[in-house]
Design a protein around this ligand. Structure first.
Ligand code: PEP
Ligand code: MG
Length: 532
């Protein structure tokens, strides 16, 4: 028996099953098969096939739209052509170009963008597979209940895996925002990533225990350990079942409906959240659209994404938060100034109010999408009434422009603000008078109230939403909203913590927006509290 532990929290749940260690054919470096022109030709053909394959996959998962852009990117093509020009085979040239681009991504500060290096590897592996004619499915032979073990699982891999067959995922590489984690969480599959020694310790067919919540993998457990984990797995399944029985319920406090909405980062997540019983989307993080793109997404691309998300919500609200970059979120194509305190610097609404043409394109796309469903718009990091007024003015200008162009949009698009700065808490009554709803962002609010960076492990104990000052800020916000009949939701992580639900109800909160996988859990907890 061997126990391996990772530090990343990938996807909770307990799985017990046989290891399916993915075997990938090693491509040996080959010399050029013909002249420079013939190698260029081979590359062109592989590129064409890859584009066709990825294009077909865009219907499976949004991430392939980003892959489509990557594979058609001029930087990749020019780099491959240059290596072929220097005498490399097409395969070798793709490998070297891939290494260069991956090194560039991995050198970035932002964790999310660093992990996009995996997407580049995925795209380049497909090009190489097409070059050498090896496009077999590495998951052939996967049995029901297997645990997939691999170096790294890419979105292309995930499109080939029958998710209902898999009990768990374990990978050597990857971080918390790797695609395998997002997909595993969305499908409630236990996963552990970043387990460096896994490929040295696990053989094909070994019995594994995966405890995703603890980041633990046990190889060939002894009888006692196995019995203990079987019990834990059954208990976990019972709790989830009880919770998921609540996920489609509508929760009431007496007469008052208590929506439990979900937070989503793309259209797939919106669909999943709604199918799992979320009462709408309380936070659509639009920045992912910008971060996954090689350039600013056009008004049309944004419109399509927002309209698809709105249609997936049907009658339920879709709250689109305008671009929230800066701080810990960077965009590769948007130059950010070097700042000593990025979280106190140029971020969120401050960026939008300066890059007005870009902001206008987003607002127009949001307004246009409002004909597809119940779209609401929300501004991040507001610190003054003037910022809200300026943003609303731009929104009104976009309305006039669209009207003049005869482009339709809904008559009523509600406007809200994130309450995530102490400034916004202090002026909450004034903000409430000029908007339709609030959403409390406890992730940022906590770090700003407590003056403790949300990403700094050294001050993690201070960055605590349970701290009296944070709870008081939350309470004051809710009171201010109530006094002016403004809706008040909470979309920060605190809303997904079932241990905090009673406290939040006591503070007067009656609207939640939580992680997709927490919808059932929070509805269940609310039922317990409100039925007392
Ligand atoms: C928050 O700050 O609580 C929030 C929901 O926004 P984000 O985590 O995206 O900054
Ligand atoms: Mg925030």
């Amino acid at each position: 028996m061997k126990r391996l532990t990772a530090t990343v929290r990938a996807s909770e749940g307990i799985a017990i099953g046989r290891a399916f260690v993915v075997e990938r054919g090693e491509v040996v470096a080959e010399p050029p098969q013909g002249s420079v022109e013939q190698e260029q030709q081979r590359f062109e053909e592989a590129l064409r096939s890859s584009v066709e394959q990825i294009d077909a996959l865009t219907a499976v998962n949004d991430v392939f739209a980003a892959h489509l852009e990557m594979v058609q990117d001029d930087m990749l093509r020019e780099s491959v052509e240059a290596y072929i020009g220097d005498g490399a085979s097409a395969t070798e040239a793709v490998r070297r170009a891939c290494d260069d681009i991956v090194a560039m991504f991995e050198g970035l500060d932002d964790e999310y963008l660093r992990e996009r290096a995996d997407d580049v590897k995925d795209v380049c592996s497909r090009l190489v597979a097409n070059l050498v004619g090896d496009v077999r499915n590495p998951f052939e032979g996967l049995r029901d209940g297997d645990i997939i073990v691999d170096n790294l699982l890419t979105p292309s891999d995930m499109a080939l895996v029958a998710l209902d067959k898999v009990a768990g995922f374990v990978t050597r590489e990857g971080g918390a925002t790797a695609h395998v984690c997002i997909i595993a969480r969305n499908h409630s599959i236990a996963a552990v990533v970043g387990l460096h020694e896994v490929l040295d310790c696990v053989k094909q067919g070994d019995l594994l225990v995966v405890d995703g919540g603890e980041g633990v993998v046990i190889v060939e457990p002894d009888e006692q350990t196995l019995a203990e984990y079987r019990m834990r797995r059954d208990r976990y399944a019972e709790v989830r079942e009880r919770e998921s029985a609540s996920s489609h319920e509508r929760i009431y406090d007496g007469e008052r409906f208590i929506p439990v909405m979900a937070n989503a980062g793309n259209v797939d997540e919106v669909r999943r959240a709604i199918s799992l019983g979320a009462d709408g989307i309380g936070l659509f993080r639009s920045e992912f659209l910008y971060m996954e793109s090689a350039e600013e997404p056009s008004e049309e691309q944004q419109y399509e994404a927002y309209a698809a998300a709105a249609a997936a919500c049907g009658e339920l609200p879709l709250t689109i938060r305008t671009l929230d970059v800066g701080g810990d979120k960077a965009i590769s194509w948007l130059p950010f100034p070097k700042e000593d305190n990025p979280f106190l610097g140029w971020r969120a609404i401050r960026v939008s109010l300066e890059l007005r043409d870009m902001f206008r394109r987003q607002l127009r796309a949001i307004l246009r999408a409002s004909t597809a469903g119940r779209v609401r718009v929300m501004f991040p990091m507001i610190t003054s009434v003037e910022e809200l007024r300026e943003a609303k003015l731009l929104l009104d200008e976009c309305r006039v422009e669209l009207d003049m162009q005869g482009i339709p949009f809904a008559e009523k698009v509600e406007v809200g603000v994130m309450i995530e700065t102490p400034a916004a808490v202090f002026i909450a009554p004034a903000l409430a008078a000029e908007c339709d709803f609030f959403s409390i962002g406890t992730n940022d609010l906590t770090q700003y109230v407590m003056a403790a960076d949300r990403g700094n492990a050294k001050v993690a104990s201070l960055c605590d939403p349970y701290a009296a000052a944070v709870v008081e800020a939350v309470r004051q916000t809710i009171v201010a909203a109530e006094q002016s009949d403004t809706e008040c939701c909470m979309c920060g992580e605190f809303a997904s913590d079932s241990a905090a639900t009673q406290l939040l109800i006591d503070c007067g909160l009656r609207e939640f927006s939580v992680n997709i996988s927490s919808v059932g859990k929070i509805k269940h907890r609310l039922q317990e509290i409100l039925s007392k």
